[in-house]
Ligand binder design. Structure first.
Ligand code: SAH
Length: 238
């Protein structure tokens, strides 16, 4: 696996542990992503080195900051082609994952990946956050919700916070978040029953692009009226 050096160097730099099996699974995922991307739009980034850093190392980078425990339940909201959910699943075999997206054909691809890679304790669901967030089986049931490149922080908070149990953590992946976006989301986060715990900044190995995590902790129940109807959280952020 000579050509995976760019990825293993990046993981070394981020101090994320790996083994040959995990790297092999990521490389298989890369092959499937590139193959399927020829017939449907899954990713604009296709260059091998770029995928290794901007999709894989980026998805896994949260492991620098958060310790997941066995049987924790993690929701990846707006997973698209599986980011960050699939790389995280590969690295956290004993954690329970649910990957959600409103576009079904992307989920068909993810199901193929799950089968081919032999992943366990992972399922996918075709749903919109605004509807799923009201379903009893999902509301206030997750230890973590993560989301990358889905919406502004205010809209995203309304999509994600309803899923968190008390003390659960919403992990927002952001490419260089500006203070204004955080300030604009503060009111929404409070209304939804959560608070900003911390913001962590780091650079993607090799290319130096800045990335930020916003960690948001659930402190009380989300009022029943949230999330609002489909489309409203993005059109009229709280
Ligand atoms: N997280 C992936 C995909 C980002 S694209 C990545 O980082 O590459 C945003 C994805 O969010 C799309 O696949 C879109 O279908 C999904 N999405 C947007 N709004 C949504 C909503 N309200 N509920 C569920 N999925 C949503």
């Amino acid at each position: 696996m000579e050509n995976s050096k760019i990825l293993t160097d990046a993981l070394d730099e981020l101090k994320i542990e790996y083994d040959d099996k995990k790297i092999e699974l990521l490389l298989k995922y890369y092959d499937m992503l590139i193959e399927k991307n020829k017939v449907m739009n899954l990713t604009a980034i296709t260059d091998f080195n770029e995928v290794m850093i901007k999709h894989f190392a980026d998805s896994l980078s949260v492991l620098q900051f958060v310790e997941f425990e066995n049987d924790n339940k993690v929701l990846d909201l707006g997973t698209g082609a599986g980011f960050p959910g699939i790389p995280l699943k590969i690295f956290l075999p004993n954690v329970e994952f649910l990957l959600v997206d409103s576009v079904n054909k992307k989920l068909n691809f993810i199901n193929e990946v799950i089968e081919k890679l032999g992943l366990n304790k992972i399922s996918v669901l075709h749903a919109r956050a605004e509807e799923l967030g009201h379903k009893e089986d999902f509301r206030e049931k997750f230890d973590f919700v993560c989301s990358r490149a889905v919406a502004n922080l205010s809209t995203l908070s309304e999509y994600t916070i309803p899923f968190l149990r008390q003390d659960g953590l919403f992990i927002s992946y952001k490419a260089s978040i500006v203070n204004e976006e955080i300030t604009n989301a503060e009111k929404a986060i409070k209304i939804l029953g959560a608070k900003i715990e911390k913001v962590e900044k780091f650079s993607l190995p090799g290319i130096g692009d800045e990335r930020d995590f916003v960690f948001i902790k659930k402190i009380s129940k989300t009022p029943k009226k949230y999330p609002r109807k489909s489309g409203v959280p993005s059109k009229e952020p709280l």
